[in-house]
Design a protein around this ligand. Sequence first.
Ligand code: 6PG
Length: 242
Amino acid sequence: MHYKTHIYEDNIQASRAVAEVILEKSFTKSNEGKMLNVALSGGSTPQQLFKQLADEYANLIPWKNINLYWVDERCVPPTDSESNFGMTYDTLLNKSFIPAENIHRIKGEDIPKNEVERYKELLWKNLPVKNGFPVFDIILLGMGDDGHTASIFPNNLELLHSEYSVAQAMHPLSGQKRITLTGKTICNAEKILFLICGISKAHVLKQIINNEPDSKQFPAANIGNCECIVDFYIDKKAGSLL
Ligand code: 6PG
Protein backbone atom coordinates (compact mmCIF):
# COMPACT_ATOMS: atom_id res chain seq x y z
CA MET A 1 0.00 0.00 0.00
CA HIS A 2 1.22 3.47 -0.84
CA TYR A 3 0.31 5.96 1.89
CA LYS A 4 0.74 9.73 2.07
CA THR A 5 0.20 11.19 5.51
CA HIS A 6 -0.89 14.81 5.93
CA ILE A 7 -0.71 15.95 9.56
CA TYR A 8 -2.51 19.06 10.79
CA GLU A 9 -2.91 20.89 14.08
CA ASP A 10 -6.49 19.80 14.60
CA ASN A 11 -9.66 18.48 12.96
CA ILE A 12 -10.50 21.95 11.63
CA GLN A 13 -7.26 22.20 9.67
CA ALA A 14 -7.34 18.56 8.52
CA SER A 15 -10.95 18.97 7.38
CA ARG A 16 -10.13 22.14 5.46
CA ALA A 17 -7.38 20.25 3.62
CA VAL A 18 -9.90 17.59 2.60
CA ALA A 19 -12.37 20.29 1.52
CA GLU A 20 -9.66 21.76 -0.71
CA VAL A 21 -9.15 18.38 -2.38
CA ILE A 22 -12.89 18.13 -3.07
CA LEU A 23 -12.82 21.70 -4.41
CA GLU A 24 -9.89 20.95 -6.73
CA LYS A 25 -11.32 17.67 -8.02
CA SER A 26 -14.78 19.17 -8.56
CA PHE A 27 -13.33 21.84 -10.86
CA THR A 28 -11.19 19.31 -12.72
CA LYS A 29 -14.31 17.27 -13.45
CA SER A 30 -16.41 20.35 -14.17
CA ASN A 31 -13.86 21.53 -16.74
CA GLU A 32 -14.15 18.10 -18.39
CA GLY A 33 -17.94 18.46 -18.43
CA LYS A 34 -18.24 15.54 -16.03
CA MET A 35 -19.70 14.87 -12.61
CA LEU A 36 -17.54 14.19 -9.54
CA ASN A 37 -18.81 11.07 -7.78
CA VAL A 38 -18.01 11.18 -4.07
CA ALA A 39 -18.84 8.62 -1.37
CA LEU A 40 -19.02 9.98 2.19
CA SER A 41 -18.48 8.19 5.48
CA GLY A 42 -20.38 8.91 8.66
CA GLY A 43 -19.50 8.87 12.33
CA SER A 44 -18.40 11.96 14.23
CA THR A 45 -15.11 12.98 12.59
CA PRO A 46 -16.49 14.25 9.27
CA GLN A 47 -19.04 16.53 10.95
CA GLN A 48 -16.41 19.28 11.09
CA LEU A 49 -15.69 18.82 7.37
CA PHE A 50 -19.37 18.94 6.45
CA LYS A 51 -19.91 22.11 8.52
CA GLN A 52 -16.95 23.75 6.78
CA LEU A 53 -18.24 22.71 3.36
CA ALA A 54 -21.59 24.28 4.26
CA ASP A 55 -20.17 27.47 5.77
CA GLU A 56 -17.08 28.14 3.66
CA TYR A 57 -17.48 26.27 0.37
CA ALA A 58 -21.14 26.76 -0.55
CA ASN A 59 -20.21 29.30 -3.23
CA LEU A 60 -16.74 27.95 -4.06
CA ILE A 61 -17.51 24.38 -5.12
CA PRO A 62 -19.61 23.73 -8.28
CA TRP A 63 -22.05 21.58 -6.29
CA LYS A 64 -24.22 20.92 -9.35
CA ASN A 65 -21.22 18.89 -10.63
CA ILE A 66 -21.02 16.67 -7.55
CA ASN A 67 -22.96 13.46 -6.88
CA LEU A 68 -22.97 12.46 -3.21
CA TYR A 69 -23.16 8.79 -2.23
CA TRP A 70 -22.54 7.07 1.08
CA VAL A 71 -19.82 4.59 2.01
CA ASP A 72 -22.10 2.99 4.57
CA GLU A 73 -25.27 3.50 6.54
CA ARG A 74 -26.81 2.27 9.72
CA CYS A 75 -30.09 0.40 9.19
CA VAL A 76 -32.19 3.09 10.82
CA PRO A 77 -34.49 5.82 9.46
CA PRO A 78 -32.79 9.02 8.21
CA THR A 79 -34.29 10.89 11.18
CA ASP A 80 -32.58 8.58 13.67
CA SER A 81 -29.62 10.08 15.58
CA GLU A 82 -27.56 7.11 14.39
CA SER A 83 -28.15 7.86 10.68
CA ASN A 84 -25.08 8.85 8.66
CA PHE A 85 -27.31 10.54 6.12
CA GLY A 86 -29.15 12.30 8.93
CA MET A 87 -25.88 13.64 10.32
CA THR A 88 -24.86 14.85 6.85
CA TYR A 89 -28.25 16.48 6.39
CA ASP A 90 -27.97 18.31 9.70
CA THR A 91 -24.44 19.58 8.97
CA LEU A 92 -24.42 20.10 5.21
CA LEU A 93 -27.43 19.07 3.14
CA ASN A 94 -30.04 21.13 5.01
CA LYS A 95 -28.46 24.22 3.48
CA SER A 96 -30.10 23.10 0.22
CA PHE A 97 -27.41 24.33 -2.16
CA ILE A 98 -26.78 20.77 -3.32
CA PRO A 99 -29.38 19.68 -5.90
CA ALA A 100 -31.61 16.93 -4.49
CA GLU A 101 -31.04 14.84 -7.61
CA ASN A 102 -27.33 14.76 -6.76
CA ILE A 103 -27.91 13.14 -3.36
CA HIS A 104 -27.98 9.33 -3.38
CA ARG A 105 -28.42 8.12 0.18
CA ILE A 106 -28.55 4.53 1.36
CA LYS A 107 -32.10 3.98 2.64
CA GLY A 108 -31.41 2.69 6.11
CA GLU A 109 -35.11 2.47 6.83
CA ASP A 110 -35.72 -0.21 4.22
CA ILE A 111 -35.26 -3.97 4.48
CA PRO A 112 -31.45 -4.39 4.40
CA LYS A 113 -31.24 -7.12 1.78
CA ASN A 114 -33.58 -5.16 -0.52
CA GLU A 115 -31.65 -1.92 -0.01
CA VAL A 116 -28.34 -3.68 -0.69
CA GLU A 117 -29.73 -4.71 -4.10
CA ARG A 118 -31.21 -1.29 -4.83
CA TYR A 119 -28.04 0.58 -3.92
CA LYS A 120 -25.90 -1.93 -5.82
CA GLU A 121 -28.02 -1.43 -8.96
CA LEU A 122 -27.88 2.36 -8.51
CA LEU A 123 -24.09 2.28 -8.46
CA TRP A 124 -23.96 0.05 -11.56
CA LYS A 125 -26.35 2.40 -13.36
CA ASN A 126 -24.73 5.69 -12.35
CA LEU A 127 -21.01 5.05 -12.06
CA PRO A 128 -18.26 3.97 -14.46
CA VAL A 129 -17.00 0.41 -14.00
CA LYS A 130 -13.37 -0.75 -13.71
CA ASN A 131 -12.03 -4.15 -12.65
CA GLY A 132 -15.64 -5.35 -12.48
CA PHE A 133 -16.60 -2.85 -9.76
CA PRO A 134 -18.13 0.66 -9.78
CA VAL A 135 -15.63 3.52 -9.63
CA PHE A 136 -15.96 6.51 -7.34
CA ASP A 137 -13.79 9.57 -7.99
CA ILE A 138 -13.32 10.16 -4.26
CA ILE A 139 -14.08 7.93 -1.30
CA LEU A 140 -13.88 9.64 2.09
CA LEU A 141 -13.21 7.16 4.88
CA GLY A 142 -12.95 7.32 8.64
CA MET A 143 -11.43 4.79 10.97
CA GLY A 144 -12.81 3.48 14.23
CA ASP A 145 -10.66 2.96 17.34
CA ASP A 146 -10.66 -0.75 16.41
CA GLY A 147 -9.34 -0.05 12.93
CA HIS A 148 -12.65 -0.59 11.16
CA THR A 149 -13.51 1.50 8.16
CA ALA A 150 -16.79 1.86 6.33
CA SER A 151 -18.79 -0.85 8.10
CA ILE A 152 -16.07 -3.41 7.61
CA PHE A 153 -15.13 -4.56 11.13
CA PRO A 154 -12.16 -6.65 12.29
CA ASN A 155 -14.43 -9.67 12.83
CA ASN A 156 -15.64 -9.59 9.23
CA LEU A 157 -12.59 -9.16 7.01
CA GLU A 158 -14.36 -11.23 4.35
CA LEU A 159 -16.10 -8.01 3.28
CA LEU A 160 -12.72 -6.80 2.02
CA HIS A 161 -12.75 -9.57 -0.59
CA SER A 162 -16.45 -9.88 -1.39
CA GLU A 163 -17.33 -10.22 -5.07
CA TYR A 164 -20.33 -7.97 -4.37
CA SER A 165 -20.00 -4.16 -4.50
CA VAL A 166 -22.38 -3.58 -1.58
CA ALA A 167 -23.15 -5.84 1.39
CA GLN A 168 -24.88 -6.10 4.73
CA ALA A 169 -22.77 -5.81 7.86
CA MET A 170 -23.26 -5.74 11.60
CA HIS A 171 -21.58 -3.75 14.35
CA PRO A 172 -19.75 -6.38 16.46
CA LEU A 173 -20.67 -4.85 19.82
CA SER A 174 -24.13 -3.36 19.33
CA GLY A 175 -25.34 -5.81 16.69
CA GLN A 176 -26.58 -2.81 14.73
CA LYS A 177 -27.27 -3.77 11.13
CA ARG A 178 -25.35 -1.81 8.51
CA ILE A 179 -25.14 -1.52 4.74
CA THR A 180 -21.65 -0.90 3.39
CA LEU A 181 -19.52 -0.62 0.30
CA THR A 182 -17.22 -3.62 0.20
CA GLY A 183 -13.44 -3.58 0.11
CA LYS A 184 -13.15 -4.10 -3.65
CA THR A 185 -15.49 -1.18 -4.38
CA ILE A 186 -13.62 1.09 -1.96
CA CYS A 187 -10.21 0.09 -3.32
CA ASN A 188 -11.44 0.67 -6.88
CA ALA A 189 -11.76 4.42 -6.30
CA GLU A 190 -9.66 6.96 -8.13
CA LYS A 191 -8.82 8.69 -4.84
CA ILE A 192 -9.12 7.31 -1.30
CA LEU A 193 -8.98 9.82 1.55
CA PHE A 194 -8.93 8.91 5.23
CA LEU A 195 -9.89 11.69 7.64
CA ILE A 196 -8.79 10.51 11.09
CA CYS A 197 -8.62 12.71 14.18
CA GLY A 198 -8.28 12.21 17.91
CA ILE A 199 -5.90 10.47 20.29
CA SER A 200 -8.03 7.31 20.37
CA LYS A 201 -6.95 6.49 16.79
CA ALA A 202 -3.19 6.97 17.36
CA HIS A 203 -2.23 3.42 18.41
CA VAL A 204 -3.92 1.65 15.49
CA LEU A 205 -2.98 4.37 13.00
CA LYS A 206 0.72 4.02 13.89
CA GLN A 207 0.58 0.27 13.19
CA ILE A 208 -1.11 0.85 9.85
CA ILE A 209 1.07 3.70 8.59
CA ASN A 210 4.23 1.85 9.69
CA ASN A 211 2.93 -1.35 8.09
CA GLU A 212 3.69 -3.18 11.33
CA PRO A 213 3.30 -6.97 11.59
CA ASP A 214 -0.33 -8.00 12.18
CA SER A 215 -1.58 -4.57 11.08
CA LYS A 216 -3.63 -6.29 8.39
CA GLN A 217 -5.99 -7.41 11.16
CA PHE A 218 -7.35 -3.87 10.91
CA PRO A 219 -9.73 -3.38 7.97
CA ALA A 220 -8.35 0.15 7.36
CA ALA A 221 -4.91 -1.40 6.74
CA ASN A 222 -6.29 -3.32 3.76
CA ILE A 223 -7.57 -0.31 1.83
CA GLY A 224 -5.65 0.81 -1.22
CA ASN A 225 -4.48 -0.43 -4.58
CA CYS A 226 -1.35 -0.38 -6.68
CA GLU A 227 -2.74 2.44 -8.82
CA CYS A 228 -3.44 5.10 -6.23
CA ILE A 229 -1.85 6.57 -3.16
CA VAL A 230 -4.09 6.45 -0.09
CA ASP A 231 -4.07 9.87 1.58
CA PHE A 232 -4.35 10.03 5.36
CA TYR A 233 -5.52 13.46 6.56
CA ILE A 234 -4.97 13.41 10.31
CA ASP A 235 -4.60 15.74 13.25
CA LYS A 236 -1.59 15.80 15.57
CA LYS A 237 -3.41 13.74 18.19
CA ALA A 238 -4.11 10.87 15.81
CA GLY A 239 -0.55 11.17 14.50
CA SER A 240 1.06 11.47 17.94
CA LEU A 241 2.76 8.05 17.75
CA LEU A 242 4.09 8.41 14.20
C1 6PG B 1 -19.82 4.81 10.42
C2 6PG B 1 -18.67 5.27 9.60
C3 6PG B 1 -17.44 4.62 10.16
C4 6PG B 1 -16.65 5.75 10.76
C5 6PG B 1 -15.74 5.25 11.85
C6 6PG B 1 -15.06 6.42 12.56
O1 6PG B 1 -20.89 4.50 9.89
O2 6PG B 1 -19.63 4.84 11.66
O3 6PG B 1 -18.83 5.17 8.29
O4 6PG B 1 -16.68 3.88 9.29
O5 6PG B 1 -15.89 6.37 9.73
O6 6PG B 1 -16.55 4.53 12.77
O7 6PG B 1 -16.05 7.09 13.26
P1 6PG B 1 -15.71 8.39 14.13
O8 6PG B 1 -15.38 9.46 13.14
O9 6PG B 1 -16.98 8.66 14.89
O10 6PG B 1 -14.56 8.04 15.01
